[in-house]
Design a protein around this ligand. Structure first.
Ligand code: T46
Length: 139
């Protein structure tokens, strides 16, 4: 069963260059699953919150490729807030973890590399249902 303590933060490969840096993510090398979908969130109005759900099977890495924001991860017992503010730092959010995103800086871009295609059925968007999911997971 996943907890917030096995949602690791990794440092992506960074190629430094005077003309600008490059960070790289490669299937099977940098991350432990095959990327099936990449999406990014941008033009987030000040004061907006996003997330507010968990996924039954999806896992993903989240990167602040520009600007910064907070991600609150919650496993039903413990929660913590992580500030993502570097384009070479990625947070692994495993399946069965509730997430909320807040405090986006102006112009920030959140890029997500996901293990699966979009599937509405994979969402748990009610916190009470999430708590039940975590109890059932233990059985
Ligand atoms: C997560 C955070 C970081 C699609 O049609 N395809 C997609 O791939 C995605 C991600 C979304 N959508 C549609 C579904 C909704 O009508 O876009 C709308 C907003 O999606 P969602 O509520 O999932 O957006 P966020 O920003 O609250 O959450 C997303 C991810 O779902 C979530 O896993 O960790 O970004």
């Amino acid at each position: 069963m996943n907890t917030i303590f096995n949602c690791d933060i990794i440092e992506l490969k960074k190629i430094n260059n005077r003309a600008g840096n490059i960070s790289v993510v490669e299937n099977d090398l940098s991350i432990p699953f095959k990327i099936n979908r990449v999406y990014y969130i941008y033009d987030v109005p000040g004061g907006s919150d996003r997330g507010g759900h968990a996924h039954k099977t999806l896992e993903q890495y989240v990167v602040a490729v520009s600007g910064a924001f907070d991600i609150i991860i919650d496993d039903g017992r413990n929660k913590k807030s992580i500030r993502l503010d570097r384009p070479y730092i990625a947070l692994h959010i495993k399946k069965g973890i509730w997430r909320e995103m807040r405090n986006f800086t102006s112009g920030s871009v959140c890029m997500v590399m996901a293990s699966l295609p979009y599937d509405k059925e994979d969402y748990i968007d009610n916190y009470k249902a999430f708590k039940k999911f975590k109890i059932d997971e233990k059985k």
